[in-house]
Each structure stands twice: as C-alpha cells, then as structure tokens.
Design a protein around this ligand. Sequence first.
Ligand code: THU
Length: 142
Amino acid sequence: MNASPDKTLMAQALEVQKKAYAPYSKFKVGSVVTLANGKSYAGCNVENACYSVGICAERTTITKAVSEEGPGIKITSVVIATTSSPPSAPCGLCRQMINEFAAPNCRIILVNPTGEVAEFSHQELLPHSFGPASMGVKTSTP
Ligand code: THU
C-alpha cells in the first residue's frame, strides 16, 4: 500500500472518530479496517452509562466487518484515530480481537487530528499471541 491510500484511510478514521459516542470518557476513537478482499469498514467507540457495556472503536469495526463479510475476513490493516499525542495504540482487548482475524503482516496505523502518524505491525503489538492455532483450530477462509 502506498502513501496515498493510507492518507485516504487515515482521513476516514478521523471522520468516523467524530461519530463516537463517548460522553463519559470524552475520548473519541475512530477506526478503519482494510481486508484482504479489498473492502474496508469504519467504526467508532460507543460508551454506555453502565461503563463495562461500552465497546472500543476497533471491536465495533471488526464486528461490522464480520457481520457484512462473514467469518473468513483477513484484516490487512487497522487505522486508528485518537486525539492523543503521540497517537494511542489499541488496548489489549482490541489487540486480541485483531489477532483473531489478522492477515500475516497486518499493519496498525495510528493517527491524530494534528497529523501525527505512527505505524507498527500487529505482531509487534501482540507478540507470542494466543489465537485459533493455540486452540488447534484452523479458521475458515471465504
Ligand atoms: N477505546 C477505544 O475505542 N479503543 C482502544 O483501543 C482504547 C480505548 C475507547 C474505549 C472508551 O470508550 C474510551 O476509549 C476510553 O477508554
């Protein structure tokens, strides 16, 4: 992926970030996942008065992608927009959720509204992961 599609995805993540429902933390997060089949999905965090019911942007987005595309999705990148400086990396729960569907070399791209960008591989953020193979499960492909 070259710089230009990345910029489009970052702009989309910053756009969906504005839709976040975060009246408690005031910490709005937007994310876009790209898939091996060329499609992409966007989502935001959605909080709840009963705090533990809230869901992070990345998990919202991945559940959207699975719901639309089915269980065989392979995530090639996750673009995450926060207001932090430097831009925040995904929480542990979201790293685990990404892990379930991550394609090899899955990229994690972090951005904020001032234009700071950081990039990691999923493997860097969740080394020695516990995943389908740990359970002896071979996940389906479409
Ligand atoms: N949040 C995300 O959306 N993604 C993360 O990876 C970390 C945290 C949300 C959850 C909550 O709505 C707010 O940010 C503060 O933790």
